[in-house]
Design a protein around this ligand. Structure first.
Ligand code: PAF
Length: 286
């Protein structure tokens, strides 16, 4: 059976990773909040391909949950998560307690402006600061060569890239394509909140995003018209409230009105108790 060593302190984590790196091995870090599914396992697979050693982290970060969000009910099964991560080749797991990450007196907040201001930003106050703070800390604790983030959380990925560039953190940020169910639904720990009938309608989100991207690429409609069409489709499938459905620049996340650069169609919408997010790439015709 595959084994994984679990460490609880930053000192132990840094010691193990530094030993690998000083032996000339490239180390990849996969940050997670647990609730491991195939999307996380794809991050580990990518890290295995790009690195000699893979470390994962498991910490349900209270700073990125709002007061009415699902911190208390977020899936927690450390033994299962460790087993799944080990099976795909992660060798080290950093699973710190709250005291290790945010000891008494902790007073620092990392805040990235610009890319965090639209999309999920206004709907989840404090979320991006919470993610930036914990990811910055995890990267400094681990000091890996590379860290892996899923494209499903596209705004988070852009924010982490911005933060690492701005703070000159010496790590390569590697994006990994979204893993989907056969019907297109992006994998997420929060999909478990869907009822059976909501689960049937959930792939509409990806279908709408993909249709908008295809039509924009084919010159079959404007950003404004296709967005209105997409909102109607989502409402018709029972989504609501719809936090946003937008086309944004793939790098800066500035709003796009005319498709003249690589862009992303992004949405966040509630289906019952689940807030689903997803996005797809859209490229201008050459
Ligand atoms: O994407 C996530 O699971 C979390 O936001 C992360 C990056 C592990 C930080 O807590």
């Amino acid at each position: 059976m595959a084994s994984i060593e679990t460490v609880r302190t930053a000192a132990a984590l840094r010691h193990r990773i530094a030993a690998w790196r000083s032996a000339g091995e490239r180390v990849g870090l996969v940050p997670t909040m647990g609730g491991i599914h195939d999307g996380h396992l794809a991050l580990v697979h990518a890290a295995r391909e790009g690195c000699d050693r893979v470390a994962a982290t498991l910490f349900v970060n209270p700073k990125q949950f709002g007061p009415s969000e699902d911190f208390a009910t977020y899936p927690r099964d450390d033994a299962r998560d460790a087993r799944l991560l080990a099976e795909v080749g992660a060798e080290l797991l950093f699973a710190p307690g709250l005291e290790e990450m945010y000891p008494e007196g902790f007073a620092t907040r990392v805040s990235v402006s610009g890319v965090t201001e639209g999309l999920c930003g206004p709907h989840r106050p404090g979320f991006f600061d919470g993610v930036a703070t914990v990811v910055c800390k995890l990267l400094m604790q681990a000091l890996p060569d590379a860290a892996y983030f899923g494209e499903k959380d596209y705004q988070q990925l852009r924010m982490v890239r911005r933060m690492v560039a701005d703070l000159a953190i010496p790590v390569d940020i590697v994006p990994v394509a979204t893993v989907r169910e056969a019907d297109g639904l992006a994998l997420s720990s929060r999909n478990d909140y869907l009822t059976a009938s909501e689960r049937q309608n959930a792939p509409t989100l990806y279908r709408v995003l993909s249709a908008i991207a295809t039509r924009l690429e084919g010159g079959q409609g404007s950003v404004a018209d296709l967005t209105v069409w997409g909102l109607g489709e989502l409402e018709g499938a029972g989504f609501g409230p719809i936090d946003y459905l937008e086309v944004r620049d793939a790098d800066t996340l500035e709003p796009v009105e005319v498709l003249d650069k690589p862009a992303r169609v992004l949405a966040a919408a509630w289906l019952g108790k689940a807030r689903l997010i997803d996005n797809v790439a859209v490229r201008p015709a050459r």
